[in-house]
Write a protein that binds this ligand. Sequence first.
Ligand code: ZN
Length: 594
Amino acid sequence: MDLKWSLDELYTSFESEDFINDMKKLDSSIKKINDWSEINLNTKDNAIQKIEGYINIQIELNTLFEKLMSFAELTSSVDAKNEKALMIIDKLQTKITELTKPTVKFQRWLNSIENLDKIISSSNILKEHEFYLKEIYNKAKYLLSDEEEILIAKMSNTGSNAWTKLQNILTSTLLVDININGQEKQLPLPIVRNMAYDKDPKIRKTAYEAELKSYKKIEESSAACLNGIKGEVLTVCEMKGYNSPLDMTLIDSRMDRETLNAMLSAIKESLPTFRKYYKRKAELLGYNNGLPFYELFAPMGEIDMNFTYDEAKDYIVKNFRSFSEKLAEFANNAFENRWIDAKPREGKRGGAFCANLHPIKQSRILSNFTGSFSDVITLAHELGHGYHGDCLKDESILNSDYPMPLAETASIFCETIVKNAALKEATSKEAFWILEQSISDAGQVIVDIYSRFLFESNLFEKRKDHALSVRELKELMLDAQKEAYGDGLDENYLHPYMWICKPHYYEAAYNFYNFPYAFGLLFAIGLYAEYLKKGKAFIEEYDRLLAATGKNNAVDVAKLMGIDIRSVDFWRSSLKLIEKDIEKFIELSNSNTN
Ligand SMILES: [Zn+2]
């Protein structure tokens, strides 16, 4: 097996004839849509043909752009110093801004059409793109005048975007003064934060204290960034006519309030069980007043579960096969046909991701496999994303984009398949370790995300009135953590500066970049519970659901499975599965320590 991916299926190089031609084609397509909109969107006659024309140009544009951009981004992700790749990415980003004018013009024009339903129903290509068109139509009511839109876009480059950049510079250049084994050191923030996973409890505590102290150096400037960004979001929201930043995020997430409220109330109900887990973990580590924040990620024991890359492949394919032949074949194909860039090497970025390449109906996965059990789970996760792309490959490219809350459905589902299979074969020591990791991860996505949601809600409320001081921000964060973690965490050791280290708060275009994570996890687990109930009958429905994620709102996607995400019960049933894991963890912790 070749452990580096092949990008030849996109282009053989930036110098290849295909690549150069496609760059030229992109230019002419951009010119085409600009000219086309100038000529066609001044009158309402021939609406059907005009909308069809627009859709066809968009398909052409999206296909070209995605192919070119994916090639440049994937190249750069394994070769950070590739200047050509960076230059192409920058060029493409600039080119894409030339689409703002025709797309806004079309949106306004479409919104002026009176009998849109009738028009859509009279053409097959329009019917196929009904959701796409209606979304454009509905969002038009938030459009301001051309001059205002352009002004906001330009001003945000010197406003919120500049604040985001500054915050990024502050946190990425911050050096933490830390004393490790008697040696004074200055280390970058990510390295110190990563010590939360260290085996040595002394290092975990020292790192936490040093981290908190280091924020003093940037707290005032970070608060200025946050106040600047959130202030701008409030202004723009109000001008555009959104009820609130939360409403704006919900609309972009294709979700409604009812769904969010149902999910949040189920989460609130589950908090006492999560607190039992945190308290038990605290006891096991020798604390009797709840878990200190710096012990949240403390490893619990060690296991000897190592995999070669070939073993990982066999393990994943075998367990995927217990779900469906199609999923197993998909994964096998990805391993065999160089869709995966497997191992760490110089110049390659860290972490893992999956890029679905709709124009060539394939995916590419980047991983940094070193052989741990977590690496195997990560591969299963990314293959899940790839499988999602596979289910979407025959949809129109305009129907292949799914919102953030649905983005993690297939990935977490695949993770769950492999994790459950592993738990079945595990010794009690291994099971304890796997469960603890899994609950700890879930705690981040449920309990910590809940605290972030509370913090951001209160932050927006107060920011309407005034810019918040550092003291207020710290207080707001502590209150949110107390409400979410309760007595699970030791009140004396919380993390008042989480608003500095999480970049999510500093993205003006993505407010409340928190609850979609909880949605993703709970929706995937809920589907898994359905699978356990329905067995094989579930599988076809599941593929159909994944294929529909790019052309429906969340409620309708779930309805395809007969699931009502507006009901608290659905979310309860997902959380029940995590609660069961917690009970099991506590049970094992008694026998493991005896
Ligand atoms: Zn993912």
